[in-house]
Design a protein around this ligand. Structure first.
Ligand code: HH2
Length: 275
């Protein structure tokens, strides 16, 4: 079970995290859900389609994105959280800022999804007593510059060691192991080759003893392979989610919940499990 506030998510079957970006500039859905009512309607639709949790983001982390301050991020995210407070699935907030984490948890967020793995000063202290679930993600560098010639000697070992260290730091601060999910951070300071190497070796990350969360949906690696723009990467995204699960991911972060759910139902049937 992944413990996320008042929720317990059973990841013995793969879980779907539906993405709602309340931003003007996210790489695939920027501007579509900046209006809080639209964001809320989209989240409700993803829940109907079978999302097991919703990830709400108020700052784009795409390569080259401009940073926004905490006040602006809160202005985007809090009204959406407020409207969805009675949702039957946990709400995650995708943020690196301790001020945003604190306010989001007070407004009912059950998961903190931090692409910076709770490395900001005070982030651990704020999240630890809350009971919220956390997703600790690996990123090399920072979004503005991370895709400038990323280099690793052994990408799988380096990502694994980083995730182990951050998991240990989280546990030392009082975040129980059952609250932690880990994410290799596809596209965050990685080339296409690095991403593929990580995807093939997710099993090595799963050995760390926490569920692995994977976000490949619509990402540029899929564009590099298929030659398609972000708006035309549905088939590639579904294939990537399926492969991630086959390689050991337990939570897939996706924009297209309905299609991914169907694909996972076929996988479950082939494996002899119920969807
Ligand atoms: N990817 C994005 C944002 N947040 N969080 C986790 N844990 N893992 C990911 O792979 C991940 C993430 C980037 O995708 P998206 O939200 O669609 O775009 P943007 O950052 O431009 O808003």
């Amino acid at each position: 079970m992944w413990q996320c506030g008042r929720f317990r998510l059973d990841y013995s079957r793969p879980l779907l995290m539906g993405v709602v970006n309340v931003t003007p500039d996210s790489f695939s859905d920027g501007g579509r859900f900046l209006d809080p009512q639209r964001a809320v309607a989209h989240a409700r639709r993803l829940i109907e389609e079978g999302a097991d949790l919703i990830d709400i983001g108020g700052e784009s982390t795409r390569p080259g994105a401009q940073a926004v301050d905490a006040a602006e991020e809160l202005r985007r995210v809090l009204p959406v959280l407020h409207e969805l407070r009675d949702a039957l699935v946990p709400l995650a907030v995708d943020t690196t800022k301790p001020e945003v984490m604190e306010a989001a948890i007070a407004e009912g967020a059950s998961v903190i999804n931090d692409v910076n793995a709770l490395k900001s000063p005070c982030a651990l202290d704020i999240v630890a007593p809350s009971g919220a679930g956390v997703c600790l993600m690996h990123m090399r560098g920072e979004p503005r510059t991370m895709q400038v010639a990323p280099h690793y000697d052994d990408v799988v070992a380096e990502v694994r060691d980083f995730l182990r260290r951050q998991m240990d730091a989280a546990m030392a601060s009082g975040i129980g192991r059952g609250r932690i999910a880990l994410d290799p951070g596809f596209g965050f300071g990685k080339t296409v080759g690095h991403n593929l190497e990580l995807l093939r070796n997710l099993g090595q990350l799963a050995e760390l003893g926490a569920p692995i969360l994977v976000g490949l949906s619509r990402k540029s690696t899929l564009g590099a392979i298929t030659g398609r723009p972000a708006t035309e990467r549905l088939a590639a995204s579904v294939a990537a989610a399926l492969l991630a699960v086959q390689h050991g991911a337990r939570i897939v972060r996706v924009h297209d919940v309905a299609a991914t759910r169907d694909a996972l139902a076929i996988l479950a049937a082939v494996q002899g499990n119920r969807a």
